[in-house]
Ligand binder design. Structure first.
Ligand code: SF4
Length: 313
C-alpha cells in the first residue's frame, strides 16, 4: 500500500506528484495506452454501457503498445522533459477484461517498454477474478503497480440510474480481492439525482475503505451519450464550479490524510464536451480548490471519520 509520509508540498492534500517524488525522487508521467480491451458493460450484450460512456479510446486504438508509447512519450516529453518516471497506463476500456494468457502478455509488454518504471491498470471491480487478482499480485511483488477501479458512487440507486450494472457490494467484492496492491478508486461528482449529502457520504464510504489513492471527477456530459440526451432534455442539472470546488474540499477533508489524491478534475475532451463548460479550465479549478482550502484553513483528513457514512440506497 501507499503508506509513506504525507508530504504535499504547498498543497493541502497529498498529491500524486508529491507521492511520486517521495517514491522515485522525480515526477511520474502517465502514458495512456489502449491495450485493445473491451468492457463487459458495453460490449457483452449491446446494453450500451454506463450512460456517460463515450466510445472514445484513450491511447491510440488498433496500434501496438510500443508505437503508442513512443508517440505519447514524444508528446509528453515536450511538456515534462525526459528526467521522469514513465508509467504505461492501460486506461482504455477495462484492462483486466480478457483471458489470463492475454493479460500476462500485454502487462509484460507494457512493463518492458523502454524507461517504464511500473504499470497502471484501469478496470471495473467486477472484472477482477481470483485468477486476475493472483496475476496482479505476482506483478506487484516485483514491479511498481497501481490498479484503478471505478466506484463512481456508493449509492445503488444512482448506480442503477447510470446503468453501471454493478452494485456497491459488487464493487467491494472486487476491491477486496486486490488486498496488498496499491488501488486507486474513482468517484464522480454531479451524477443525476445526487445532492451534496450523497457525494459526501460517498466520500465517507471511500474513507472507510482506506484506498491507496483516489480520483475525483466532475461528471462530463459528452456528445452521443445517453447522458447527453438526458441533460439536453432537462432531466437534471450540473453543479456550477463554485459548488464543485466546495464539495471537493469537503470530500478531501473526509478522506484519510495518507490517501494519495491522484486527480481532482477530469481531462476534458474539448471536441466532445457538451457540459459543464467550466471544466475546460482545469488549472483554474485546481487553483480554486487550493484557495478554498487555504481560506478555510483546512487540510485533507481533518474531518476524516467525523461524519458517519450512510450508503447503500
Ligand atoms: S465501465 Fe467504463 S468502459 Fe465500461 S461502459 Fe462504463 S464507462 Fe464505459
Amino acid at each position: 500500500m501507499i503508506s509513506e509520509k504525507n508530504s504535499s508540498g504547498d498543497k493541502r492534500y497529498r498529491s500524486f506528484d508529491s507521492y511520486m517524488k517521495e517514491t522515485f525522487g522525480k515526477k511520474g508521467v502517465r502514458a495512456a495506452l489502449d491495450g485493445g480491451f473491451g468492457c463487459p458493460n458495453r460490449d457483452a450484450d449491446g446494453n450500451g454501457g454506463c450512460i456517460y460512456c463515450s466510445s472514445r479510446h484513450y491511447g491510440i486504438h488498433g496500434m501496438s503498445l510500443s508505437a503508442q508509447y513512443d508517440i505519447q512519450r514524444a508528446k509528453l516529453m515536450k511538456k515534462w522533459g525526459s528526467d521522469v518516471i514513465w508509467l504505461p497506463y492501460l486506461q482504455s476500456g477495462c484492462s483486466t477484461f480478457s483471458d489470463i494468457g492475454t493479460l500476462e502478455r500485454i502487462y509484460s509488454e507494457a512493463l518492458n517498454l523502454p524507461g517504464a518504471g511500473g504499470l497502471i491498470v484501469a478496470t471495473r471491480a467486477d472484472c477482477i477474478t481470483d485468477e486476475t487478482a493472483d496475476l496482479l499480485k505476482r506483478i506487484n511483488s516485483s514491479h511498481f503497480l497501481i490498479v484503478e477501479l471505478g466506484m463512481q458512487t456508493a449509492h445503488d440507486r444512482t448506480l442503477k440510474l447510470i446503468n453501471r450494472r454493478e452494485t456497491h457490494e459488487d464493487f467491494i467484492r472486487g476491491y477486496e480481492k486486490l488486498d496488498g496492491i496499491k488501488t486507486v478508486i474513482h468517484i464522480i461528482d454531479g451524477l443525476p439525482g445526487e445532492d451534496e449529502d450523497d457525494m459526501l457520504s460517498t466520500a465517507d464510504e471511500l474513507a472507510s475503505l482506506s484506498p491507496s489513492g483516489v480520483k475525483i471527477h466532475m461528471l462530463h456530459v459528452l456528445k452521443d451519450t445517453k447522458l447527453a440526451s438526458m441533460y439536453l432534455g432537462g432531466e437534471f442539472d450540473l453543479p456550477d464550479e463554485k459548488t464543485y470546488v466546495s464539495t471537493v474540499v469537503s470530500q478531501l477533508r473526509r478522506l484519510p490524510a495518507e490517501t494519495v489524491i491522484c486527480r481532482l478534475t477530469g481531462d476534458g475532451w474539448s471536441d466532445e464536451l457538451i457540459a459543464p463548460d467550466w471544466t475546460r479550465n482545469k488549472f483554474r479549478v485546481l487553483n480554486d480548490i487550493d484557495a478554498e482550502m487555504r481560506r478555510l484553513g483546512c487540510r485533507q483528513g481533518d474531518m476524516c471519520g467525523v461524519t458517519p457514512a450512510g450508503v447503500g440506497n
